[in-house]
Design a binder for this molecule. Structure first.
Ligand SMILES: Cc1cc2nc3c(=O)[nH]c(=O)nc-3n(C[C@H](O)[C@H](O)[C@H](O)COP(=O)(O)OP(=O)(O)OC[C@H]3O[C@@H](n4cnc5c(N)ncnc54)[C@H](O)[C@@H]3O)c2cc1C
Length: 422
């Protein structure tokens, strides 16, 4: 794969043929995550598609002209024409493959796919999930000189990366932006030497054999597995939600509140997350209607008082959403009064949903003992019902799910494993 500069752009990229161009930066974890995937795909598709990379900081005017706003960004060209599709952030190998396949004839795709050689790598410990729990386990294991790999379907950091401000993580006097806290955790573990395989597709997990297949061709084996896959937001299961998920209905204020400057939004929920996130959204939105099924918020008193004093926020207690309907730029939320059954229509620009979380256990649900809510049961060493398989953080059965408790679980599992392996 060739590195080019702006001066070669015309002769190399626009001259013709099919091209994929990677704008990368230094000190850029998502760029580091992409590099080996890009290199591997260049070897595979290199005779049909030209692979180039360009250092974004040194080729800024061209990057801006081509609409590149973050690193890494992949742009695709066909016969000198820039294709509509571009990719940035935690880019998955499967997404690049999908795009490359669409650029060449189907027969060639078949031939190329037949050349993929399955690989196997072996480690002492495999950690699934690089949130605070997994990252801490990775740090402790690495410091014990245990050969450890961290696998995540997204970039490292977990839910903390999407939390706008964290004020209760010890060691910091001022509240910390969540993305900084998770970045620091991730870099600390990475610099220690833990191997990262992130923004990958986890295709298969065999807990008995301690094997995980990623991106369909790479088998990662280990002596022990730590599950640190955390939780995902619950969906409401209401008509219109699926269609508008990510297109007006959001589950992450840090990610999306900025798009609602001077706009009206509806927030569904009344626990800590809903109340704290509504307060954050009010920095942008002009009006927030909170819809909650109970007759009072269940969030802590301090957060509630702050919210109720916020003039931008009004509340609809004992109401539940029944449907979402798009009407031009607006979304109509039909809410039912749980007492009178009366339906009210709320007109807003966007919806934020914070109605609790569910454990990420889909790929191994049947294999482990779970509590009645579907969280993994562990003993005091964080060992699950299966020998050699540990679980830490929000995915386990416990009372309090916080960064500090996830970090503590990760510590315990790592020390227990280090003792067993020594
Ligand atoms: C909106 C919000 C605000 C919060 N604010 C605070 C706060 O202020 N203070 C606080 O202490 N806590 C807060 N929390 C809770 C805190 O974020 C969690 O307790 C903590 O992140 C749990 O860490 P974890 O490592 O268990 O899981 P997570 O942080 O959820 O990380 C799990 C990781 O596993 C990955 N993953 C999922 N499935 C798979 C799979 N199949 N294979 C591989 N990887 C997978 C995910 O991509 C993710 O990176 C907040 C949570 C939310 C939702």
């Amino acid at each position: 794969m060739k590195e080019i500069t702006s001066s070669e752009f015309e002769s190399e990229v626009l001259a013709g043929g099919k091209v994929v161009l990677d704008f990368y930066s230094t000190e850029c974890p998502p760029c580091d995550a992409l590099a080996p995937k890009f290199e591997g795909l260049a070897n595979l598709y290199g005779s049909d598609i030209k692979f180039f990379k360009m250092f974004r900081q040194q080729n800024k005017p061209l990057a801006e002209k081509l609409g590149v706003k973050s690193s890494p960004t992949l742009l695709f060209f066909d016969n000198g024409i820039q294709l509509e599709k571009s990719m940035s952030g935690g880019i998955k190998r499967s997404d690049i493959i999908h795009q490359l396949d669409s650029m060449i004839p189907a027969e060639r795709v078949k031939e190329i796919k037949s050349q993929i050689i399955p690989t196997i790598s072996e480690f002492d410990v495999l950690i699934l999930g690089a949130g605070p729990g997994g990252l801490t386990a990775g740090l402790y294991l690495c410091q014990s000189k245990i050969n450890t790999v961290l696998i995540d379907i997204a970039l490292p950091g977990g839910q903390v990366s999407n939390t706008h401000s964290v004020s209760n993580y010890p060691g910091f006097i001022e509240p910390q932006p969540g993305y900084m806290l998770s970045h620091n955790m991730s870099e600390q573990t990475k610099q220690c030497g833990t191997i990262y395989k992130v923004a990958v597709d986890v295709t298969r997990i065999d807990l008995e054999k301690k094997e995980v297949v990623i991106d369909e061709f790479e088998t990662v084996k280990a002596k022990k597995i730590i599950i640190a896959t955390g939780t995902s937001p619950n969906l409401m299961g209401v008509s219109g939600e699926k269609e508008m998920k990510g297109k007006g209905i959001s589950y992450c204020a840090t990610c999306d509140a900025k798009y609602y400057g001077d706009k009206e939004v509806v927030v569904i929920g009344g626990g800590n997350s809903a109340v704290e996130e509504a307060d954050f959204i009010s920095k942008f939105a002009s009006k927030i209607t909170m819809v909650h099924q109970f007759d009072a918020f269940t969030a802590n008193k301090q957060a509630q008082e702050k919210l109720l004093a916020n003039p931008k926020i009004s509340t609809l207690f004992e109401h539940e959403p029944r449907s979402f309907v798009r009407q031009g730029d607006k979304i109509i939320t039909e809410v039912e009064n749980l007492k009178t059954k009366e339906i009210t229509k709320l007109n807003s620009d966007g919806i934020f949903v914070f109605i609790g979380m569910k454990p990420n256990i889909d790929l191994f649900r049947e294999k482990l003992e779970l509590d009645k809510w579907g969280y993994i049961k562990t003993n005091e060493d964080m060992l699950t019902s299966m020998p050699g398989v540990y679980a830490v953080g929000d995915v386990i059965s416990k009372k309090y799910r916080q960064i500090t408790t996830a970090v503590a679980d990760g510590t315990i599992a790592a020390i227990a494993i280090a003792k067993e392996l020594s």
